[in-house]
Design a protein around this ligand. Structure first.
Ligand code: HH2
Length: 289
């Protein structure tokens, strides 16, 4: 492994310098970007219910900013990659976001909106959110690609599957999924430079496939786009060391450090201070080589 090899800004073929703001500015920092997770949901797998109260949610966002988060990713529908998620209507999602998102925007760091619904994305960008995060990679809501194109906002395109299939090569599956997403994006007029790819750790994958996604992240560099990895507190960690979600911060950090070593430009995390410290120490040691 060699962190210097693929850290952003990458030398060739990666569309960082032409990316729309705030992605261009974030990538230009030349260090891994930390996205702090804010779930204003009753049922998220690790922090469900903790930040349903708007005042607590805003305080958590403020805390993550103070701890070094570069972006705050707000989600109001649990996308939990486990059985038992409850889909919510756009109205319910908006009702959860309204008392929180505009206040988080005021904190001064870019806000991304974690939604698969174009209507929710549109509202959020209207309130000052700066980035889209679609855990179905433009392949669920047919209006998402059109909206992303019209807004010009950067968008995270995440790999997902309806069914887990332990027999498939998950990296090959991801590559064909992303090829389809990029086709949809191009067809709707989304600039390629606006796109960030995400292997979707835990989504439609066995724990082994989630780990392979990080171990073989290199394969995604063929697309020449920045990569986001979100391993925070996910279930694959429990298969290595039996733990409840709240106990998985060390495993999450290990996964994110390896993801960055393998070329991730961004990591999506619950534990911002700890992750920032780990990334800085890893970079400082790399700097001694
Ligand atoms: N993971 C979750 C939600 N959104 N978005 C991206 N781009 N990548 C991810 O890996 C990802 C995501 C699931 O984690 P969390 O938000 O903590 O839980 P929940 O979806 O249950 O709210």
């Amino acid at each position: 492994m060699n962190v210097a090899r693929r850290s952003f800004p990458a030398p060739d073929g990666v569309a960082g310098s032409a990316a729309p703001e705030p992605l261009r500015r974030l990538l230009a920092a030349g260090r891994p970007i930390v996205m702090g997770i804010l779930n204003v949901t009753p049922d998220s797998f690790s922090d469900g219910g903790r930040f349903q109260d708007p005042a607590r949610a805003i305080a958590q966002a403020q805390r993550m900013v103070e701890e070094g988060a570069d972006i705050i990713d707000i989600g109001a529908e649990s996308t939990r990659p486990y059985p038992g998620m409850t889909p919510v209507s756009a109205d319910e999602e908006l009702a959860r976001l309204k008392p929180v998102l505009p206040q988080v925007v005021k904190l001064g760091v870019p806000v991304s909106i974690d939604t698969i619904k174009a209507a929710v994305a549109a509202w959020a960008l209207g309130q000052g959110a700066a980035m889209l995060n679609d855990v179905w990679g433009l392949q669920r809501d047919p209006d998402m690609a059109k909206f992303a194109a019209a807004s010009g906002a950067p968008i995270v395109v995440m790999h997902n599957r309806d069914e887990v299939d332990p027999s498939i090569d998950i990296v090959a599956d991801m590559k064909s999924f992303f090829a389809r997403s990029l086709e949809l994006a191009a067809g709707a007029g989304v600039a390629r430079e606006a796109i960030v790819l995400d292997p979707g750790i835990g989504f439609g994958k066995t724990p082994e496939q989630s780990m392979q996604s990080i171990a073989r992240l290199d394969a995604l560099h063929d697309f020449g786009l920045p990569i986001l990895v979100g391993a925070s507190r996910k279930r694959f960690i429990n298969t290595v060391v039996a733990t409840e979600p709240a106990q998985r911060m060390p495993g999450s950090i290990a996964a994110h450090l390896l993801a960055v070593e393998n070329g991730a430009a961004m990591v999506r995390v619950h534990d911002v201070a700890e992750t920032v410290q780990a990334l800085r120490v890893a970079a400082a040691i790399r700097g001694m080589q």
